[in-house]
Write a protein that binds this ligand. Structure first.
Ligand code: SAH
Length: 255
């Protein structure tokens, strides 16, 4: 199983984003995985009660798509990831440095979902302003941000992280308990998880994935002290050679 240190050694953030986060592929085919994720995140962050002061993104990777709807509802965002190059790549976009990934098509898509495609520059500015810290974390540690102790947040979001970071169901359950400590009682967890996936690949590197079923995720979330408020699965487009996933699970739970 490819755990954190494998990510640190082999995960290429630019190649990852090129593979999974452009709106259409080289042949001009739409990236339904991405548009489904963006629609789900928009829907979940529109639910009642998903607002507050602070949001923590667990396993942010080099990406920002998961924060585009979220940033309309929270004042301060802290992004966490295990891998140095992913945190650095995220910082590069936040600071508008040369060579940063171009998220504009994705930002415009989300603005259109939210009703005004023309607000994309404003949203980029808002997100850049709201992300206050980008820190190292390890979800397998009791305090994932050790030696830093963060005050519990109003909400945590985690997309496509735990299934890649946890080698078995016991580790997955304990990682959920660990990240649960990052959120206040009454606060929310927003998750995007792949179901039935054992690997994903890009740039000739293969990463392991914990094969999960919907009920296993829900039970682990409940076991970490949450009540599931919303859960929806969308089938994974068939014939995708980049991963062997069956479906994408979107889930919101309240602690
Ligand atoms: N959230 C992003 C990135 C997912 S890729 C997205 O939705 O695309 C999986 C991420 O999990 C990588 O950035 C990797 O660095 C991170 N990761 C792997 N092991 C981890 C661990 N033990 N703790 C925290 N993050 C971990």
């Amino acid at each position: 199983f490819t755990e954190g240190d494998f990510y640190q050694q082999h995960f290429d953030p630019q190649e990852y984003m090129k593979e999974f986060y452009t709106l259409s592929d080289g042949q001009g085919q739409p990236n339904t995985f991405l548009t489904q994720s963006l629609r789900s995140l928009f829907k979940m962050f529109s639910l009642d009660g998903l607002r507050g002061d602070t949001l923590i993104d667990v396993g942010c990777g080099p990406t920002i798509y998961q924060l585009l709807s979220a940033c309309e509802h929270f004042q301060e965002i802290i992004a966490l990831d295990y891998t140095d190059q992913n945190r650095r790549e995220l910082e590069r976009w936040l600071k508008g440095e040369p060579g940063a990934f171009d998220w504009r098509p994705v930002v415009k898509y989300v603005c259109e979902l939210e009703g005004d495609r023309e607000k994309w520059a404003e949203k980029e500015e808002k997100l850049r302003r709201k992300v206050k810290q980008v820190l190292k974390c390890d979800v397998t540690k009791a305090n994932p941000t050790d030696p830093v102790s963060l005050p519990p947040a109003d909400c945590i979001v985690s997309t496509l992280c735990l299934e890649g970071a946890c080698k078995d169901l016991a580790t997955f359950r304990s990682a959920l308990r660990n990240i649960s400590a990052l959120v206040k009682p009454g606060g929310h967890l927003v998750m995007l998880t792949v179901l039935g996936e054992t690997y994903y690949a890009f740039n000739q590197q293969v990463f392991s994935c914990l094969r999960l079923e919907k009920n296993e995720v829900e039970e682990a979330v409940e076991g970490a002290g949450f009540e599931v408020k919303f859960a929806e699965t969308q089938p994974w487009p068939p014939g995708d050679i980049r991963a062997d996933c069956d479906a994408l699970l979107s889930l919101v739970a309240r602690k």
